[in-house]
Design a protein around this ligand. Structure first.
Ligand code: PRX
Length: 653
């Protein structure tokens, strides 16, 4: 791969970026734009293209097409290209799982690039034999085992779009996602391993498929992981191993258009229904391949461990596509980080000689609480770089990560990005940027982030504002699956260029830049909460609560939590004749866990006689947030409809 930064003139000629394109990007900052585009042109050259693109970007806000005219197959970048080099025999995946009674005898597996390729093309053959064609959607509801990665890449091999649903989601959540994407096949496992318990994935799939809305599903493939008995529906369900034994490998990858949807990934927003974020093939892969290389300072000898599940975007981009595009060795761990012993994480790093660790602040804070001695009991000298993602990292946790885990030697990359951005947008670059604990420092090359006031004017240093992206970038989401208007409304109507009126991408985050220009992301300014790095819409939790027969109304807010970043507090008003009891609180918490997943379970349910509303009937969440955080309400209450609502809530304490 060539990392040189091409001079703009050479780029302009090669990528055929002409004045028209530059103009479409906004007249001011033309030179910056050309440099930004030059950067992406160079980055895209690292991919394997079947047909080279002729136009770098076609930008009609909010619609962008990158690498127009180009065709490719993502697996040729992630797998095939390495087979022609010494990396053919390099470990692509090193997997370790919690040992399971009755499960696979070994709890580690290593797959070289050649072996991973063989498995992927064989499973692509399985999918094809089950009727999967280019453009079809396949749902993956899997534990973190190599088969999850194999299945994702097998979909890509066929040009089928995968929709991975995190294994912690409930049957209801899974059903909605399968239905929304119209998935033809579901790939799952008999179970997953977590804290010595079996997570009954297949049973959950069965429950989801019992609903007629999931009638789109024709086949279910089941991986044997835990070995416990599961019901197999004749004619619909097949075992992974049996199907693989009979499959005809798909050695010829299907070349798709650069804009072809590589995957859909559902994420929470401000309304009840999660959005299917659609990512492209060429642009997405360019973004993750380049950011992986630069942010994690990729070295061929590295063993890279991103502890995220493949069910989240971090797992898509930095367990699968980014590292594999670079021929990296990826370490995968299935199970809880503190099971069977609190030092499990450090034991894994020592035994596997992990060199780059990428994890979430919640995990770091959990380890911090467990005590330094668990870390110090292990030789972590293999580590050379540490990463953080998913939520703001508090300086105390940052310092502990740096001093205790990294032994004061390892730079930390605090990476800010989102499901929608596809790849890392802001981060220190090791060896280039000085880091400040808690700041993601600067936008990456090719990315244009700004902190602005609601009128679009840039904030002064240290003034808090809204985080926007003013220019397109290749791995940006393309649309909301099946709801293009929602895509526009959610991200593109709030903020615009005050000079040209061109719409900007609004991240939903609040941020500030300090006097040195370093970026500090404060957190969401919309009705989204971030619990242990898991993103949840407050409306989603509210919808789950009001499904309970005793509930009249519910309002959900986040409150700061020392370990999880944020916890969930639900304010609930009951229907007439319902009695607020401790048992009912537990029922409501369980209701949320059943509707969404246990990670969404509220930390606290509080009874209210009425919810505070504005004259127009909007729930005043600011007041509820204050109540949840401080136990009382301060500030302006003049637009309150019913003061007694607040009085009732306060007197409860
Ligand atoms: O609020 C920001 C926070 O996580 C949100 C995105 O969540 P999700 O789409 O689930 O993706 C998480 C993994 C990329 C953002 O809007 N966030 C993510 N990374 C950081 C962060 N907040 C502060 N600092 C970060 N490094």
């Amino acid at each position: 791969m060539n990392d040189r930064f091409p001079p703009p003139a050479r780029f302009a000629q090669r990528a055929r970026v002409n004045a028209d394109t530059a103009e479409a990007l906004g007249l001011h900052g033309l030179h910056d734009d050309i440099r930004r585009l030059a950067y992406w042109s160079e980055a895209a050259d690292a991919l394997v293209w079947r047909t080279r693109w002729h136009t770098l970007v076609d930008w009609q806000p909010p619609r962008s097409k990158w690498f127009v005219g180009g065709t490719l197959n993502a697996t040729e970048t992630c797998l095939d290209q390495h087979l022609h080099t010494w990396r053919r025999n390099k470990a692509a995946l090193i997997w370790e799982g919690e040992p399971m009674q009755g499960g696979r005898p070994q709890d580690t597996r290593t797959l070289t690039y050649q072996q991973l390729f063989d498995e992927v093309v064989r499973f692509a053959g399985v999918l094809r034999s089950l009727g999967v064609q280019t453009g079809d959607r396949v749902c993956l509801y899997m534990p973190l085992v190599p088969e999850a990665v194999i299945a994702m890449l097998a979909c890509a091999r066929l040009g089928a779009t995968h929709s991975v649903v995190f294994g912690g989601f409930s049957a209801e959540a899974l059903r909605d996602r399968i239905h929304d994407a119209g998935c033809k096949v579901v790939v799952t496992a008999d179970g997953g391993a977590r804290k010595g318990q079996v997570v009954h994935l297949k049973d959950t799939v069965d429950a989801a498929l019992a609903d007629p809305r999931t009638g789109c599903v024709q086949k279910v493939v089941v991986v044997r992981r835990t070995g416990h008995a599961v019901a197999m529906t004749a004619g619909r369900d097949v075992w992974w191993d049996d199907a693989m034994a009979q499959a005809r490998p798909v050695t010829e990858a299907v070349a798709v258009d650069a804009e072809h949807p590589l995957f859909i990934l559902y994420t929470s927003g401000t309304t009840g229904k999660p959005k299917g974020v659609v990512h492209s093939t060429g642009g997405y892969l360019t973004g993750v391949a380049r950011s992986y290389r630069f942010v994690f300072d990729h070295k061929d000898e590295d063993i890279f461990w991103c502890s995220a599940d493949v069910g989240w975007v971090t797992g898509h981009s930095y367990v699968v596509y980014g590292p594999l595009a670079n021929g990296a060795t990826v370490f995968l761990y299935e199970g809880a980080p503190v099971y069977p012993a609190p030092d499990r994480f450090w034991d894994i790093i020592e035994r596997n000689r992990i060199s780059v660790l990428y994890t979430a602040p919640t995990a770091i804070r959990t380890f911090m609480r467990l005590g330094d001695h668990h870390v110090r009991a292990h030789d972590l000298s293999s580590l050379r770089l540490l990463g953080s993602v998913g939520e703001p990292i508090n300086p105390e946790a940052w310092r502990w990560y740096h001093d205790v885990v990294g032994g004061g030697r390892c730079p930390i990359v605090d990476t800010w990005w989102q499901t929608e951005t596809g790849s890392i947008m802001a981060s220190p670059l090791p060896g280039l940027t000085t880091a400040k604990p808690g700041s993601c420092m600067h936008p990456l090359p090719g990315v244009d982030l700004a902190v602005v006031r609601p009128d679009g004017h840039e904030c002064a240093p240290d003034e808090q504002g809204l985080l926007v992206s003013r220019r397109p970038w290749p791995s940006m989401m393309r649309t909301v699956w099946g709801d293009d208007e929602r895509f526009r409304q959610t991200y593109w109507v709030q903020l615009k260029d005050p000079v040209t009126g061109a719409p900007w991408y609004f991240t939903g985050d609040g941020a500030r830049r300090d006097k040195d220009g370093a970026l500090w992301v404060i957190g969401r300014v919309d009705d989204v909460v971030n619990v242990s790095g898991h993103r949840l819409g407050t409306a989603e939790v509210e919808s789950a609560l009001v499904l309970h027969k005793a509930v009249a109304e519910a309002a959900v807010v986040g409150r700061p939590d020392d370990v999880k970043g944020q916890g969930i507090v639900a304010f609930v008003t009951l229907k007439a004749n319902q009695t607020p009891t401790e048992a009912l609180k537990k029922e409501l918490m369980a209701q949320v866990a059943a509707e969404i997943g246990s990670f969404a379970r509220p930390d606290d349910v509080r009874w209210a006689n009425a919810l505070p509303k504005t004259r127009s009937g909007k729930i005043m969440r600011r007041l509820l947030r204050e109540l949840a955080t401080k136990g009382r309400v301060e500030g302006d209450m003049t637009s309150l409809e019913d003061f007694s609502a607040i009085a009732a809530l306060q007197s409860e304490d």
